[in-house]
Design a protein around this ligand. Structure first.
Ligand code: ATR
Length: 284
């Protein structure tokens, strides 16, 4: 029998996850169907009970439910608990188990761009201190071979300080103002933007000036619309390696797919389908 999967969110109509996962089921000859379920906030609990009653095999969770879903799960993976958000749920014999594949998806994609297995020689700067920063920071900090140092800079420094205080691993970390980060940029091998600054339609904005960018540095942006934000354009013009948000989106989905089916989807095909969809969106 065909198994049911999906994503829950509000709104979720523009989600690119259904085409990506449905294509992956087809390619692997798996009987699965992935649907975007838009759930209005006051029906959240009923909807989750409904998904359980329907015996959904697994689902993704997106904005605004990544934190709220946690009260409705039977078990939560330790890293997802530390991150404080769940983006993937697996139905194991009627029990809903929560995971977070956002951070791991990001780090896997980053390592693949860097063509590295570890980040032990790297000093990292994360811009932002929201949910995405938390997932990436904690995943990097608890990685088998973590970076030497992970600093954070945020418009509101108190939020970066809170993140550092919550960090589950013993890793050197400092909170900087945006100006301090700009002035000491030459220290960092990897710079990661986790804020929405530069995202469509505000494509003229950039979260950080790159005047003192280190030679050979990599600049990464979790934004994928546009594929090249102002930050990445500037980094490229300075000769830096760049990494956009497509890889994180695809890998968080691929890792979820693997948890549900025990099969690894074709990553390149997933990426291709998302790039095509984004291209199509631009034309709309
Ligand atoms: P997400 O879950 O996507 O990370 P979030 O939790 O709302 O979203 O966090 C958004 C991050 O982007 C925060 O670090 C926020 O900075 P503040 O903590 O100062 O609010 C940052 N951010 C959003 N808009 C910004 C802007 N215009 N300039 C600078 N930082 C911005």
């Amino acid at each position: 029998m065909q198994k049911l999967y999906g994503v829950i969110g509000y709104p979720v109509g523009h989600s690119m996850s259904p085409i990506m996962h449905n294509d992956a089921f087809e390619r692997l000859n798996l009987e699965g169907y992935y649907h975007a379920f838009e759930i209005v906030p006051d029906k959240f609990q009923t909807a989750i009970e409904g998904l359980k009653a329907l015996d959904i095999a697994g689902f993704n969770v997106t904005i605004p439910y990544k934190v709220k879903i946690m009260e409705h799960l039977d078990e939560i993976d330790p890293l997802a608990k530390e991150i404080g958000a769940v983006n993937t749920v697996v139905n194991e014999k009627g029990r809903f188990i929560g995971y977070n594949t956002d951070g791991e998806g990001y780090v896997t994609s980053l390592l693949s761009t860097l063509n590295k297995r570890d980040l032990t020689e790297c000093t990292v700067l994360i811009i932002g201190a929201g949910g995405a920063a938390r997932a990436i920071y904690f995943t990097l900090a608890t990685y088998k071979q973590p970076p030497k140092q992970i600093d954070l800079c945020n418009r509101t420094p108190a939020k970066a300080e809170e993140l550092i205080a919550d960090n589950p691993a013993e890793i050197g970390s400092a909170s900087l103002s945006i100006e301090e980060a700009e002035a000491s940029l030459a220290k960092y091998d990897i710079i990661i933007n986790t804020t929405s600054v530069g995202m469509h339609p505000s494509t003229d904005a950039s979260p950080l000036r790159l005047d003192y960018l280190k030679k050979g540095a990599l600049v990464s942006d979790i934004i994928y619309n546009p594929l090249e934000t102002k930050l990445l354009k500037e980094a490229k013009s300075r000769g830096a390696m760049i990494h956009n948000g497509i890889g994180m989106f695809v890998m968080q989905g691929a890792l979820a797919f693997e948890k549900w089916t025990n099969q690894r989807p074709y990553i390149e095909a997933m990426e291709e389908i998302i790039l095509k969809k984004l291209e199509h969106k631009k034309e709309e």
